[in-house]
Write a protein that binds this ligand. Structure first.
Ligand SMILES: Nc1nc2c(c(=O)[nH]1)N[C@H]1C(S)=C(S)[C@@H](COP(=O)(O)O)O[C@H]1N2
Ligand SMILES: [Mo]
Length: 409
């Protein structure tokens, strides 16, 4: 294991070439690159990434061809830091992406309330808002490793883990709107329904709504993208993605959950011992090494900074341990602060690859001492075909060629 100090002392480890090559005068260099002698372009109203970065994009899946259902995965293997740019946020759209005219959309709150109310988007924009940095993860993220038996499927980090993004969400605390409608005796749950054609809806305990639910209008400083629920979405920090209902148009306060179509089927986890787990809202503690990760190739032995993401739907990430030898020894990685609750947390560890085959693992623990199970431990709890809430320790096997592969340990 290479520590940071010895790495910094030994400058020959740097892959960069030295600043001034002998005999290369600055003026000579400027003749070789057009941007140093030709004026650049004027700016545009909405900026785009460099043309040299066009490989950084979402991967698309079409689980039910012919239907409007679509999924896009964030390229977390290229992401650094903990914020996903809006154009790269993952998406899960059961009924396609609704394109809503905000002037013709409103939020209705009714049911066990003193005073049912309708809120136009214009009026919501006038309320006091909060901004919070949180992850969003689909309950079925990493499902392939939950269900593919014996040999791990040859999938990339993006395809396995990309139903995960981090953003700053800004909007009106839902508690504020419920203070205005008032609550009637017996109010315990809230049905949240989207305006997309398939009526995506979920039953949410009132306690969560009053704790930290946001009616989000902004994402990373700009209004939500249509794919993320424009003009408004419910955002429930730390809870499985499907509870953050997009294109939110109706909240009905009720006394008991209503078991909507998806929450009595899709969003339940069959257990190995029989029975199912439902209303399993919180996303458990999880981590993944994003650099290097499956689908990438190490260019040669030597220094390589291991870097990845850790998160917990319960609170803050407390520590991340990394093993570079298949789990024999573990070293605590450095966390990039500030570590925020229910947020993507970047971890890193300097490493020197010997050029021999080895396996990298990461294991996160949150502030409540919750930690990631091994795959075998996870499989003991859930039925063979259970796909949701998979959070086992991930193994990336590095072949002597430098190729990185999805693996089970
Ligand atoms: N109205 C509505 N809300 C929805 C969905 C949907 O299809 N319709 N998909 C859900 C699922 S399964 C997930 S994982 C998240 C994904 O949010 P994103 O597309 O902004 O990443 O939205 C949830 N909210
Ligand atoms: Mo999801």
């Amino acid at each position: 294991m290479l520590n940071r100090r010895s790495f910094l002392k030994n400058s020959s480890l740097f892959a960069a070439t030295s600043f001034l090559l002998p005999g290369t005068a600055m003026s000579e260099q400027s003749k070789q690159v057009p941007w140093m002698y030709t004026a650049g372009k004027k700016d545009t109203p909405y900026g785009m990434p460099s043309l040299f970065e066009d490989h950084v994009k979402r991967s698309l899946s079409d689980p039910f061809p012919g239907s409007p259902f679509s999924i896009s995965q964030t390229p977390i293997q290229y992401q650094r830091g903990s914020i996903t740019p809006n154009g790269l946020h993952f998406g899960v759209h059961h009924n396609g992406i609704a394109d809503i005219d905000p002037a013709r959309h409103e939020l209705i709150i009714h049911g066990l309330v003193e005073k049912p109310l309708r809120f136009s988007i214009e009026s919501l924009l006038r309320y006091p808002m909060v901004s919070r940095v949180h992850f969003l993860e689909c309950g079925a993220n990493t499902a392939a490793n939950a269900i593919v038996p014996n040999e791990a499927a040859p999938l990339s980090c993006q395809d396995l883990y990309g139903q995960l993004s981090g953003a700053e969400w800004t909007g009106v605390p839902l508690k504020l709107l419920l203070e205005e409608t008032g609550l009637r005796h017996g109010a315990k749950w809230v049905i949240a329904e989207g305006a997309d054609s398939g009526n995506h809806a979920r039953s949410i305990p009132l306690s969560k709504i009053l704790d930290d639910a946001i009616v989000a209008l902004y994402q990373n400083g700009e209004r939500l993208r249509p794919a993320q629920g424009y003009p408004i979405r419910l955002f429930l920090p730390g809870w499985e993605g499907n509870t953050s209902v997009k294109w939110l148009h109706r909240l009905e306060v009720v006394d008991a959950p209503i078991f909507t179509k998806d929450e009595s089927g899709l969003y339940t986890e069959p257990l190995r011992e029989g029975g199912i787990e439902y209303f399993s809202f919180q996303m458990d503690v999880k981590s993944v090494i994003t650099q290097p990760s499956a689908g990438q190739i190490l260019s040669g032995k030597g220094f390589c900074e291991i870097s990845g993401l850790a998160w917990s739907g319960f609170g803050k990430v407390h520590k991340v341990e990394v093993s570079v030898d298949g789990g024999r020894r573990w070293t605590e990685a450095k966390l990039q602060g500030p570590v925020q609750s229910k947020s993507l947390t970047r971890f890193s560890l300097p490493w020197e690859w010997s050029g021999k085959e080895t396996t990298l693992l990461s294991r996160a623990t949150d502030e409540f001492g919750r930690t990631q199970p091994t795959r075998n431990e996870w499989k003991k709890r859930y039925a063979d075909f259970s796909i949701g809430h998979y959070n086992a320790v991930q193994a990336w096997r590095i072949a002597s060629s430098g190729e990185v592969h999805n693996d089970y340990v």
